[in-house]
Design a protein around this ligand. Structure first.
Ligand code: MSP
Length: 654
């Protein structure tokens, strides 16, 4: 079945809230997979959407004096906008209030009632409104909703209702899962499902007294269909069930239903497959539940107001770092998969996001791209020379090329990113070891061509590998590489081999993509500075005694913007770093007394201000050709000066 459409879904979200980091992580996970399948050349149907018939909606609208439809039409915009801005490439957005879906739900209900899978009975139990779930008295915990993510008060309900004969599917479900051990994932959650089913399934009440919103029960307008029965059917509505037979044949069964653990056991792994069995439809190939995000160790809750809004966070990061907004969004897409194995619970903290941004993106990836293209501009006027890829780089790419498909398809996203960053690390190390500036100085043209070709070709592979995670940042790398073929046209099987970069590709001028986020200064310090009563620090004697200089004297200084290309510690000198600096005219060595305040790796790629015509001096055996400018920090530290906006290397200071 090579041409089966790869069908992947997210849950359809309730429209009561703006999407937060939890909704974002499920949807982006599905997006990563969808993009990866497209990269592999598969046709994909990626669906997300909104679950709009909840009683909560009816309640909220009554309070606001709005029609429910008008209300959901408004709220759904927050989802549409979020997915658009966060680069979610869905193919279909399903809303349960759409006629195409209401039609499917009514017809499925009629069919199951006609065949005896739905019958009328009396329902007595407890209903949790926030969770839209019915519970038996015995299931409650201290009289409250037993869902550990909820635990809110429940309401007693007793009414005549329609029931789905779930109990009669208990054995068939168990048999099915035994025969198909890979459907429920991860493994430890599969066991939860099996013990839930073995514990005994009761028939499920699937209607409620009409509350002025929702899909009416056919021929019984006093009732509406229970929101969960309604919502689960969205997966076949999207696939064309009862409306487009041909499409349905190509698309169904779903290859992957993704969700968090909250709606896995009872709904997606029990009720939904039982409904499909009742309809004689094949079961989804994989149902995967991931963990829950907390924020700074706390459950995400509306009342605490701690829900992280991905758009706001990215806007903040864009502002603080000077990176583009779409790049900041991609950074967040990357971050949610970088540390926590997808499947387990994870804690989100903005500070670890900032650290990862600076270390993995600004430093490792950003500098690799920036310094490589910068060197290509300098040594080959920006045009890729003809050369073979260094076998060392071919070997370094191997684990990524071999391991990535399985890691992504197995939803082991942190492993996938480790593989990619392993290769990025190898490319950075290659620069440091092969020191292209030395090869240039020694006029070793062939070696230099091989190193530069290997680097730019390696970056091409990195851009494609990160593209499912960071589609816009990847496109920007692609643009700077000057690749003639469009990125969207690339296919894994044909493009993911070292050495396919066409010689004579003309790169664009390098621009930093991920700009470092400077930490906000500590609040205590800000306060101190704002206090009018605080006396200005007395000038040190040296400062007080400095003589006036004339403008002509100042003009004698050759001050320029330079870029650090390499940095290392000087043995036995714990304050000194040896820097390799590009001044725009030449590459030279500068010794700087900043080792206590800056890690050498963090400096590579940074732009600084350099006094270029300072008389050379030998410091600890190393000749320093110039001096960089730094401010005295309030705590005695050195704080590097850098241009407020990006300017080309070699720009003079006036
Ligand atoms: N409408 C139902 C789903 C019907 S699917 C046929 C629903 N909606 S929901 O808006 O509450 O979304 C639940 C889903 O949102 C979770 O399964 C998960 O995908 C995501 N998350 C919500 N909060 C989350 C966290 N704190 N952490 C991770 N994901 C979470 O249930």
């Amino acid at each position: 079945m090579a041409d089966k459409v790869y069908y992947i879904t997210t849950p359809i979200y309730y429209v009561n809230d703006a999407p937060h980091i939890g909704h974002f992580s499920t949807t982006v996970a599905a997006d990563v997979l969808a993009r990866f399948q497209r990269l592999r050349g598969r046709q994909v149907l990626f669906a997300t959407g909104t679950d709009e018939h909840a009683p909560k909606v009816a309640e909220a609208t009554r309070q606001r004096g709005l029609e429910p439809q008008a209300f959901v039409d408004e709220i759904v915009q927050a989802y549409l906008r979020t997915w658009e801005e966060t680069h979610v490439s869905y193919d279909d957005f399903i809303r349960t209030s759409e006629p195409r879906h209401r039609e499917v739900v009514s017809r499925v209900f009629q069919r199951l009632r006609d065949q005896g899978d739905i019958y009328k009975g009396v329902y007595e139990g407890w209903y949790c409104v926030p969770d839209e779930t019915f519970w038996q008295e015995s299931e409650l915990i201290e009289g409250r909703c037993p869902n550990p993510e909820c635990r809110r008060p429940v309401q007693k309900v007793q009414e005549e209702n329609w029931f789905f004969r779930l109990s009669s599917y208990q054995d068939r479900l168990l048999e099915y899962y035994e025969a198909h051990p890979d459907v429920l994932q991860p493994e430890f959650r599969r066991n939860e499902v099996l013990s839930f089913i073995r514990g005994g399934l009761r028939d499920a009440s699937i209607t409620r007294s009409a509350y002025g919103w929702g899909i009416p029960v056919p021929d019984d307008p006093s009732k509406v269909i229970y929101v969960w029965f309604d919502a689960l059917l969205n997966y076949i509505t999207v696939a064309g069930y009862l409306s487009d037979e041909e499409k349905f044949r190509d698309v169904w069964p779903a290859d992957l239903h993704l969700m968090a653990k909250d709606i896995f056991v009872r709904f997606h792994a029990t009720m939904w497959p039982a409904i499909l069995m009742a309809l004689d439809l094949p079961l989804p190939r994989r149902i995967f539940a991931h963990g829950f995000w907390t924020v700074d160790g706390e459950k995400i809750s509306k009342s605490k107001g701690n829900a992280i809004n991905p758009r706001k966070l990215a806007a903040d990061v864009a502002e603080r770092s000077g990176s583009r907004y779409d790049v900041a969004i991609d950074a967040l897409r990357f971050f949610i998969f970088r540390e926590v194995p997808f499947g387990l619970d994870g804690d989100f903290s903005t500070s670890s996001f900032v650290q990862r941004f600076n270390a993995d993106l600004a430093n490792d990836l950003g500098n690799l791209v920036n310094r490589s293209i910068t060197m290509l501009q300098r040594y080959f006027e920006g045009v890729v020379p003809a050369a073979e890829v260094d076998p060392a780089i071919v070997a370094a790419a191997e684990p990524m090329l071999q391991g990535l498909p399985e890691a992504i398809e197995g939803l082991r996203f942190n492993v996938a990113l480790d593989l990619i960053w392993g290769f990025i690390g190898a490319l950075n190390k290659y620069i440091d070891e092969r020191a292209p500036w030395k090869l240039a100085k020694e006029a070793q043209q062939d070696a230099l061509a091989q190193v530069m070709y290997s680097l730019i070709d390696g970056i091409r592979l990195v851009a494609l590998a990160v593209s499912p995670f960071m589609p816009e940042a990847a496109k920007e790398i692609w643009r700077q590489l000057g690749m003639a073929a469009p990125m969207e046209a690339q296919r894994w099987e044909t493009a993911m081999r070292p050495g396919l970069l066409p010689a004579a590709t003309a790169t664009a001028s390098p621009e930093p993509i991920f700009r470092r986020i400077e930490e906000k200064s500590a609040p205590a310090k800000e306060k101190k500075m704002a206090e009018p009563a605080a006396p200005a620090p007395a000038p040190s004697p040296a400062e007080a005694e400095k003589p006036t200089v004339t403008f002509d004297e100042f003009k004698r200084l050759d001050l320029r913007v330079a870029q650090i290309e390499a940095a290392e510690r000087i043995p036995k000198a714990d304050k000194l770093l040896k820097l390799t600096v590009n001044t725009g005219k030449d590459t030279r060595t500068v010794v700087a007394g900043i080792a206590q305040w800056y890690e050498p790796e963090s400096l590579v790629g940074r732009k600084i201000i350099l006094i270029c015509n300072l008389a050379p001096a030998k410091i600890r055996g190393v000749e320093s050709q110039g001096m960089l400018l730094a401010a005295d920090g309030p705590d005695g530290s050195a704080v590097l000066l850098q241009p407020e906006k990006d300017v080309p290397v070699g720009s003079s200071i006036r």
